[in-house]
Design a protein around this ligand. Structure first.
Ligand code: ATP
Ligand code: LTN
Length: 330
């Protein structure tokens, strides 16, 4: 039987955080054997927030190297840069004519980001979810591994696909989200009611996957918890719940085992263990990233090859779409 298809992407807006890793990237890696996977660096999406050209260029290459460093294998999966494959821009236009203004106005990420950047509420920020729907639908993806913050965008992609299929027949596979159980939303270390985000102004609120061990331990130690001094996963203990989820994700221990492990211990001890375990689990990524960044020729070869493969798959879908909607063939 043919393997099912996975598609996902991440924006090159800075070094990936622990939230990106536990919410998305870790699944990307583990799904590679069982599925045909396509992973993209969404540099076109990144343009919705003002970027310095030289930073975007550097961040895109760094993000691509990070993708391989976390364990995406360019031999097994298609790993490419979004702007290298023109079908993304082309399908975006078509799908934007099948998406309603009202639907896009309801997207919470648009509301948040336009509130955070009132000086640059551009049309791309508004139509961002259409570009994302096109990314997914071009590859006929069955599953999309992302964090829970992307759920609303994914629902929209499903609606667009169903609407289009309703008019033209079965053109697109209708995709499903694929979320981790415990870490679909890693919370900010400084305000555990907010998601951890790489664009947060306070660097103490997030851990990047390249932070050195001392920094990781320091940031975990200064994480906001509560005054109860009890390691237990419960409502109202957002800070502790967050650290327990992180610890569970990196050690494979269950919440019950963790509660037992720290029975009678204070938060100091707990945080030290979480920090140490986390720093150790990210070590191979740091080392591999350093290696990859020394070999630019290899990275270039990988992303060119990825673009060629991605183009092959996505062009087939785009051709089908153009035919269905009535664009005269050249
Ligand atoms: P930005 O802060 O620039 O908006 P981001 O950190 O939210 O970026 P994205 O590139 O938008 O990162 O997201 C990449 C992937 O990481 C998505 O699948 C998203 O759902 C996931 N993700 C982002 N933040 C978290 C988080 N705190 N917890 C779990 N998953 C997350
Ligand atoms: N909007 C996504 C990044 C993204 C994406 C995609 C994720 C762009 N295109 C397609 C899944 C599928 C985000 O994570 N912020």
């Amino acid at each position: 039987m043919d393997k099912k298809i996975i598609f996902s992407a991440i924006q090159p807006t800075g070094t990936f955080t622990l939230g990106n890793y536990l919410g998305a990237l870790q699944n990307w890696v583990s799904l590679q054997d069982e599925y045909n996977c396509c992973y993209s660096i969404a540099n076109m999406h990144a343009l919705t927030v003002r970027q310095q050209a030289k930073d975007l260029r550097a961040n895109t290459l760094n993000a691509y190297a990070l993708l391989l460093a976390v364990g995406v294998d360019p031999q097994k999966s298609i790993a490419f840069i979004q702007s290298h494959v023109k079908c993304h821009a082309e399908l975006n236009w078509v799908l934007s004519c099948y998406t309603q203004f009202g639907e896009l106005s309801r997207m919470t990420q648009f509301k948040d980001k336009s509130a955070r950047h009132p000086e640059n509420v551009n049309a791309g920020l508004f139509t961002y979810p259409v570009l994302m729907a096109g990314d997914i639908l071009l590859y006929q993806a069955d599953f999309v591994p992302v964090g829970i913050d992307q759920k609303q965008h994914l629902e929209l992609a499903r609606n667009i696909a169903q609407r289009f299929n309703g008019i033209y027949g079965d053109v697109f596979t209708v995709p499903d989200g694929y979320y981790p159980k415990l870490t679909a939303k890693v919370m900010s270390l400084q305000d555990p009611t907010k998601k951890m985000s790489k664009s947060d102004d306070n660097p103490k609120s997030y851990i990047t996957i390249l932070d050195p061990p001392e920094t990781i331990v320091k940031k975990i130690k200064s994480a906001v918890t509560d005054s109860e001094a009890l390691v237990a996963y419960r409502e109202g203990k957002d800070g502790v719940n967050n650290l327990m989820s992180i610890y569970s994700a990196v050690t494979g221990r269950t919440l019950e085992q963790i509660t037992e492990e720290f029975a009678g211990h204070g938060y100091g001890d707990f945080k030290q263990k979480v920090g140490d375990a986390l720093a150790e689990s990210l070590r191979p990524i740091r080392e591999r990233y350093a290696q990859l960044m020394k070999d630019r020729a290899y990275l270039e070869e990988c992303y060119r090859d990825g673009a060629r493969k991605a183009e092959g798959v996505s062009q087939r879908t785009l051709d089908k779409v153009y035919k269905k909607i009535g664009f005269l063939a050249r």
